[in-house]
Design a protein around this ligand. Structure first.
Ligand code: G3P
Ligand code: CA
Length: 282
């Protein structure tokens, strides 16, 4: 019998089925919806900041053009990362510009609320939100194209995680962070820098070298895509037999959710956390 209550639900790029991906508003909604964890992709800007952006370029998710790594944070901050997402209107989310602001304080609040929907999100701001949101929320942070930066992505990431006491928390709790990558090199670097942080080896197809369920560089968790799982359902059992937890992305279709439950998948990563939680009866 599938253990619905035990299956964890991760909000992929925030509640990105509803609000623009990687915006603070999408992460706040995911927490409000009851997600267990927040997934984000991180990239380095030209001036060395980690920002939450999925693509190499900003073209798809903003009103600008260009490669993230060639732009400084100040330039990214001038772009609108939210208005492309038409679904925002469909949710009935109040448009800050439509409110009657009686006082300056109201106007400030409205501006801030709007910025949450449209501003580029730094990883620092996301950590600030996640650590201050009033409940334990886990973080699944994915390093994107880390090979280009000779380890800088991982070093900057670990610096930030240390600053927020998220590597080996002083209260003795286990870290709420895991670091994910398709890159074995990135996983190796993280293991060297912070062996206490669990890493997730992401995969789109069953890797020939690891088809027995073992994982590279001490990765504790396997992160197969749902297409891989549909095509190779037995691989989940192999991963479990090898002692790994299995986190599957990106699972939005209710039939795929049921498949994951039948296979005993530990964590479902989805763009629609509330819908999946409803299906799990949580
Ligand atoms: O959670 C893992 C998943 O996000 C990997 O794929 O392309 O959505 O980053 P992608
Ligand atoms: Ca990702």
């Amino acid at each position: 019998m599938p253990n619905r209550a035990a299956t964890r639900v991760v909000a992929h790029r925030g509640a990105s089925g509803t609000l623009a991906e990687h915006t603070l508003a999408a992460y706040k909604l995911a927490v409000d919806e009851g997600a267990d964890a927040l997934e984000c992709d991180v990239r380095l800007t030209a001036d060395g900041h980690l920002v939450c952006v999925h693509d190499r370029r900003v073209d798809r998710t903003s009103n600008g053009r260009g490669v993230v790594s060639t732009l400084e944070l100040a330039q990214l901050s001038e772009l609108d990362f939210g208005s492309w997402k038409a679904a925002r209107a469909a949710t009935g989310t109040a448009d800050a510009h439509d409110t009657d602001a009686d006082t300056d304080a109201d106007a400030d609040e409205a501006d801030w609320a709007d910025a949450e929907h449209t501003s580029v999100l730094t990883l620092e701001r996301l950590l600030e939100f996640a650590t201050g949101c009033g409940r334990r929320i886990e973080l699944a942070i994915e390093t994107k194209h880390p090979t280009r930066y000779a380890g800088l992505v991982e070093r900057r990431l670990l610096e930030l995680l240390h600053r927020f006491d998220l590597v080996t928390p002083a209260d003795g709790e286990r870290t709420p962070v895991r670091i994910m990558s398709f890159s074995q090199l990135s996983l190796r670097r993280v293991r060297e820098l912070a062996p206490a942080i669990p890493t997730v080896f992401l995969m789109e197809r069953v890797p020939l070298r690891f088809r027995d369920g073992t994982l590279p560089h001490g990765a504790r968790i396997a992160g197969p895509g749902i297409d891989l799982v549909r095509a190779n359902p037995g691989y989940v059992a192999a991963l479990h037999r090898a002692g790994h937890r299995v986190h599957v992305w990106t699972v939005d279709d209710p039939e795929d959710v049921e498949l994951c439950l039948r296979l005993g998948v530990d964590t479902i990563i989805t763009n629609h956390p509330r819908r999946v939680l409803d299906q799990l009866g949580r």
